[in-house]
Design a binder for this molecule. Sequence first.
Ligand SMILES: NC(=O)c1ccc[n+]([C@@H]2O[C@H](COP(=O)([O-])OP(=O)(O)OC[C@H]3O[C@@H](n4cnc5c(N)ncnc54)[C@H](OP(=O)(O)O)[C@@H]3O)[C@@H](O)[C@H]2O)c1
Length: 268
Amino acid sequence: MTILILGGAGRTGARIHHRLTTRGVPTRLASRRTGFDWHHPETWPAALEGMSAAYVCFSPDLALPGVPGKMEAFGRLAARSGLERLVLLSGRGEEGARASETALRAGGVPTTVLRCSWFQQNFSEHFLTGPVRRGSLRLPAPDVPEAFVDLDDVADAAVRALTRTVPRDAVYELSGPELLTFTDVVAVLSGVCGRGIAFEPVDVPTFVADLAVDGIPREDAEPLAYLFTEILDGRNASLGDGIEQLLGRRASPFSSYARVAAETGVWA
Ligand SMILES: NC(=O)c1ccc[n+]([C@@H]2O[C@H](COP(=O)([O-])OP(=O)(O)OC[C@H]3O[C@@H](n4cnc5c(N)ncnc54)[C@H](OP(=O)(O)O)[C@@H]3O)[C@@H](O)[C@H]2O)c1
């Protein structure tokens, strides 16, 4: 049994790779650096050849227009390539992501969907690292509650779904254990950093200009902003029980993540 990890060098992929190799499970990583590109379907068969299962992580985001077509083609190819299981990283409350989930199943390979809340690590491993460092979290969103999930919990859940028998075609809602507004989040971050960090809702052009300060180009920032204005409206203000269902334990709170991240010096 060899497991294909798409986006294997990324935030979730690297964590899953580490867990599987620690257990001695053979893996193959695939992304542009290994010759696999979501925009070039002719690069997909070589990645799938000889694999028994795959972790499917689309970049930059599963909810963007045009992605369901790619998911359908990939799901059909996975079936022809003999894969027995797919585990898809998805997002909660996103219409586009829902369409991608359905499309991936078109080939008939049993598919587990991990529908995730906002990642806690967006504040330290992604586009919000710079704003936290500067003490000013400005987002194109109101101060809605979100159930931020820890990527280590997501990786544990993915490994479980990849290596153990789970109900065919199950959907798991993965969230953290509590609802926090962005005001709550900056209070926690201020505490662990020992200095004030403020939250401020801003319009999309201001958000895009802020991300440019951290070197994130307009073509990447605008789709992110579009997604935030769509999903950060309170629709995901509920807890999911996927971590408990898959792992039999409680999800890890934001405060634990923030304390550990601060100790690494990422916000210094
Ligand atoms: N951020 C959130 O809060 C959140 C919440 C719910 C769901 N999600 C979902 O999480 C997914 C992203 O997961 P992640 O954070 O683990 O990924 P990531 O760290 O952003 O990226 C994973 C890898 O994808 C590869 N990649 C980029 N473009 C590619 C392409 N065209 N073809 C093939 N590989 C490509 C990159 O490696 P190379 O440079 O080698 O190609 C990168 O290392 C998205 O689908 C998003 O919808 C995110």
